[in-house]
Design a protein around this ligand. Structure first.
Ligand SMILES: C[S@@+](CC[C@H](N)C(=O)[O-])C[C@H]1O[C@@H](n2cnc3c(N)ncnc32)[C@H](O)[C@@H]1O
Length: 420
């Protein structure tokens, strides 16, 4: 196979074609998981003269991998024997089984050989349990077969990203999946509580305040904004997804929603401020300071385009850029786009997940750009932001591997350089 490294798009004429930006180790892992044994990896550097507008790839690779495959999972041939028979009828190669690795050679497969092999498979007890099946032969046949096994025993979760946020993202399912366990003191809500408490402390210092605050990629969520709403006269929210903007508008317009309520969050912050009974006035104050909810695409040079606005005193954002960008290169660009909306000397406050390549909502998975602390820091510095503090929250132990692979959450506070 040959392809581009970390290539999120290429341009043909005036059109751009999006791609999945992948690093060498991600290509390698995908191939290994599909049963390919990598024998050589050759890399060609991106030519220096290549314009950024044509593609963001970092270079080209050529990989050679022979077709050995191992399925390391419960293997029950009874369920797939008819499929196996069909596939093996086009099979020319040999295959063998484990864990004792009994090799069955079928140099030229014909129907009777297939049937005898099948009989052996079914009659071997360890194969019906935690067996390992090694297969060798034409890649197409092997992958088709493997997919049939995977589909049967490991249903593939749907994986969404990018433009899907406008078509498929369901605000209520999202809120209920991620934040519904927020009940003060409940052990499952430790991270949300810590995040809200941190924002309360940050804004109650009085150091972060101003006229206009913009939140980028708000989604349907207010968790980073409740305490902030005390410190700014005008609050603007923004998101790429129509459904999310509508969910925010519903809350703003006090429209009834029996699927989600922000009451416990406002109660919690009001309590931190000293009087839980004041939660309604806190919520009303937020609503009255909220001035607009914009469309936003962080991949546009002006993320609020076609709207042209004055720069903002503070910009906040949570778990957005790493889900809106397919490559580190586009992440860095999106960070610059977002920062262009901020006044020199203005504050930038962002929270997000460390090394998070996906999160799960309902039965769907949303892909993200897994980034480490230094990658976040570099992107911010390159965009003209000076980092003032970096706070990290460890991944709670009760979060299962299916929910997300993130290593923890961070909250970073930065200031835009006054010469930018
Ligand atoms: C994981 S959610 C985070 C939502 C919210 N900020 C939170 O902390 O819960 C990611 C959000 O980014 C938004 N988004 C995705 N692509 C975007 C883009 N290109 N520009 C702006 N927002 C985008 C999605 O619509 C979604 O609301």
């Amino acid at each position: 196979m040959h392809g581009g490294i970390n290539e999120s798009f290429y341009q043909v004429g005036t059109d751009r074609w999006g791609g999945l930006a992948m690093q060498e180790n991600q290509f390698r892992e995908a191939m290994t998981e599909a049963g390919l044994e990598i024998r050589s990896w050759y890399q060609i550097k991106r030519p220096d003269c290549y314009p950024d507008s044509e593609s963001d790839y970092e270079g080209c690779f050529i990989v050679v991998a022979p077709s050995l495959y191992r399925v390391r999972q419960p293997f029950r041939p009874e369920g797939v024997t008819s499929r196996l028979t069909t596939l093996l009828s086009t099979w020319t190669g040999h295959w063998w089984t484990g864990p004792g690795v009994t090799r069955c050679t079928t140099p030229t497969v014909n129907r009777s050989a297939v049937l005898s092999v099948k009989a052996k498979l079914v009659s071997r007890p360890q194969i019906a349990g935690e067996g390992i099946l090694f297969m060798e032969g034409p890649i197409g046949v092997r992958l088709e077969y493997i997919n049939s096994v995977h589909e049967k025993y490991h249903p593939v979760k749907k994986f969404h990203s990018g433009a899907d946020y406008d078509k498929l993202f369901d605000p209520e399912v999202y809120l209920n999946s991620l934040y519904s366990d927020f009940i003060e003191g409940a052990p499952t809500a430790t991270e949300t509580t810590e995040v809200i408490d941190y924002f309360h402390k940050l804004y109650s210092t009085g150091n972060i305040k101003g006229q206009r605050l913009l939140d980028v990629g708000t989604g349907p969520s207010l968790i980073n904004l409740i305490s902030a709403s005390r410190c700014f006269e005008e609050i603007y929210l923004s998101d790429f997804s129509t459904a999310n903007r509508n969910a925010l508008k519903q809350w703003w317009n006090k429209e009834e929603n029996d699927k989600w309520s922000w009451e416990s969050f406002f109660r919690h912050v009001a309590k931190l401020e000293g009087n839980e009974d004041e939660w309604k006035s806190l919520q009303d104050e937020f609503r009255s300071r909220l001035k607009d909810i914009y469309f936003c695409d962080v991949n546009n040079p002006n993320p609020l385009s076609p709207l042209e606005t004055e720069p903002f005193d503070t910009i906040t954002s949570g778990y957005c850029l790493e889900f809106a960008c397919l490559s580190e290169r586009s992440y860095r660009q999106a960070m610059k786009n977002m920062t262009s909306l901020l006044k020199p000397g203005g504050n930038f406050i962002m929270h997000g997940g460390i090394n998070e390549s996906f999160y799960q909502v309902g039965t769907d998975r949303w892909g993200g750009l897994a980034m480490h602390e230094n990658q976040f820091r570099d992107a911010m510095t390159e965009a003209g932001l000076e980092i003032k503090s970096w706070y990290q929250i460890k991944r709670p132990e009760n979060i299962s591997d299916c929910e997300s692979d993130y290593e923890g959450c961070f909250i970073v506070v930065a200031m835009k350089n006054s010469d930018c």
